[in-house]
Design a protein around this ligand. Structure first.
Ligand SMILES: C[S@@+](CC[C@H](N)C(=O)[O-])C[C@H]1O[C@@H](n2cnc3c(N)ncnc32)[C@H](O)[C@@H]1O
Length: 297
């Protein structure tokens, strides 16, 4: 993912130059961060201060700065359970302290404004059939999508069932189109139905009724995925509230197509879109799109 991130940075922010990095963390030297700064290929970002291996180094690095709270990430687990440094917190500070740790390495220290929300990493339970369990759980928490108990989801690319399981555990009914095998815990669930078909071959007469959400996670290029999805939107124009899509970025060159994908999704009815990257995403972008019906529920 770091390669794609560097390409996005080189394309958008030409006066940012790659500096120190380690897996999961990329830093740049730059004159100033523009207020409109936005990335599709990183889930969090801030102002880097440097590395600290001891409390004394930390105090030195952060002298004169105040923080309201601590945000942290552990490269191995995704969670920072205990910060290796102890900041003094100030209630009304506009900054959150960032602490990024990795085994046997000094902590990387930075900060971000309290006004910026990042997606939180979710740990997958052992029962999760795939990484997509985490993706869906993180998306749910980050977007605060107004799901209602009993809402019906049409899923495109569901096997082996990680996202389906997370949806079922959130009280949703799931109709999943994928010829691949589903985990038995999902396949046997009373609110789950699989259509073992290719999405291009799935017949209009078989479309389940009254779908409120689409969840898309197809192992194909975004251009092909969007072409295949187009015919699914019109039949649901009276019920669809929104869609969650994971789009693969297997080719770094596809980043330049994002504006085309945004336009296509708008034409499909997803009038408001939130683009980004979740901690559980790999070389892919995440999109939450809302239709104009979302406010009416
Ligand atoms: C990344 S996996 C999906 C993971 C899944 N969302 C989960 O939660 O475990 C991509 C899936 O897309 C399915 N897929 C790829 N092309 C497809 C097509 N044309 N029609 C239906 N499913 C397709 C594959 O069979 C594969 O299971």
């Amino acid at each position: 993912m770091e390669t794609v991130l560097k390409s996005e940075m080189a394309e958008k922010y030409r006066d940012f130059h790659p500096a120190f990095g380690r897996p999961g963390l990329v830093t740049f030297k730059c004159p100033a961060i523009p207020a409109s700064f936005q990335l599709f290929t990183a889930d969090s970002w801030g102002v880097g201060l440097g590395m600290a291996s001891s409390q004394a180094e930390f105090d030195n690095l952060t002298a004169g700065l105040e923080y309201r709270s601590v945000w942290g990430r552990d490269r191995e687990t995704g969670f920072l359970t205990e910060a290796p440094v102890k900041p003094t917190l100030t209630k009304n500070s506009p900054r959150v302290l960032d602490v990024i740790v990795a085994p046997d390495e000094p902590a990387y220290i930075g900060w971000h404004p309290v006004t910026r929300r990042f997606p939180r990493a979710v740990q997958a339970p052992e029962r999760a059939p795939s990484r997509s369990y985490r993706k869906f759980a993180e998306a749910l928490q980050f977007t605060r999508a107004p799901f209602k108990e009993g809402d019906r989801v049409l899923e495109f690319g569901g096997s082996p069932g990680g996202a389906s399981l997370a949806m079922l555990e959130n009280g949703l009914s799931v109709f999943s189109i994928d010829p691949g095998p589903m985990d038995p815990s999902v396949a046997a669930h009373s609110k789950f139905k699989q259509f073992p078909e290719q999405i291009a071959a799935f017949q209009r007469e078989q479309f389940p009724e009254k779908i409120q959400w689409f969840v898309v996670d197809l192992g194909m290029s975004p251009a092909k995925a969007l072409r295949s999805l187009q015919r699914y939107f019109p039949p649901y124009k009276r019920t669809l509230k929104g869609a969650f899509l994971t789009l693969k970025l297997n080719d770094v060159g596809w980043l330049k197509d994002i504006t085309t994908w945004q336009r296509q999704l708008r034409e499909f009815g997803l009038v408001e879109q939130q683009w980004g990257h979740l901690p559980a995403c790999r070389q892919e972008v995440f999109v939450f799109g809302k239709t104009k019906l979302i406010g009416r529920y």
